[in-house]
Write a protein of this length. Structure first.
Length: 204
């Protein structure tokens, strides 16, 4: 396989997803760090060479660049046990990964970013006004996962898949965004199951 380099900010759960996927698969990954708070992903060089969308993560594979965390996880995991072979389960895994990007991350991760890194006092009025809707959206997403995990050990099938890896990063740190994990007991058990997977690494 070509050399793998993760262009990342280690505070980002989207970047951690890729690091975790590589670790669970035993793939060597070089890490090149940027500080998103200092605009380091918005420089002309970054936009030209790494990601025209001005964001991390981007997975560099040899001399090719693949932005979007879930696409990068898919690249790493294709043909491994982290992607189900059953056709329905594979599509169901994608369902959770799209859910992560549309229902979970924009609410759960954004509130963590605003409250932990930007600081409530530094938010714009536009951002402050969005907090209640983001809180409601995040609670709804965590509730849907919790209900599913009350009946299943894993989001899809009978073992961990990219669905679990995509949703673990921002769920396990959701309290930094004001959510309470104790309100979601089935999520807590699932988090522990992921942490016991062979090769698991914690977020920096
Ligand atoms: N959908 C993208 C989201 C990427 C994203 O939002 N990255 C954030 C950090 S988690 C970022 O780079 N923010 C810096 C900026 O927008 O300037 C993915 O899953 O990779």
């Amino acid at each position: 396989m070509d050399k793998l380099t993760l262009h990342e900010d280690p505070r980002s759960g989207n970047c951690y997803k890729i690091q975790l996927t590589a670790a669970l698969l035993g793939l060597p990954l070089e890490r090149r760090k940027y500080d998103i708070m200092r605009g380091e992903t918005r420089t002309p060089e970054f936009l030209r060479d790494v990601n025209a969308n001005g964001r991390i993560p981007t997975l560099q594979i040899g001399n090719r660049f693949l932005p979007e965390s879930n696409a990068a996880c898919w690249y790493l995991a294709e043909g491994t046990k982290l992607i189900p072979t059953d056709r329905f389960e594979r599509a169901d895994m994608l369902r959770w990964m799209f859910f992560e990007q549309y229902n979970h991350e924009p609410n759960v991760a954004t509130l963590r970013f605003w409250l932990l890194f930007v600081g409530e006092g530094n938010l714009s009025k536009f951002q402050r006004d969005q907090i209640p809707a983001k809180r409601a959206g995040g609670e709804a997403a965590l509730g849907i996962m919790n209900d599913h995990l009350a009946k299943h050990d894993w989001l899809v099938g009978k073992q961990a898949s990219l669905a679990d890896i995509a949703l673990y990063p921002y769920t396990h740190v959701c309290e930094a965004g004001g959510f309470r994990l104790r309100d979601y007991p089935s999520l807590c058990g699932w988090l522990k199951r992921i942490e016991k997977l062979k090769g698991f690494v914690s977020m920096d």
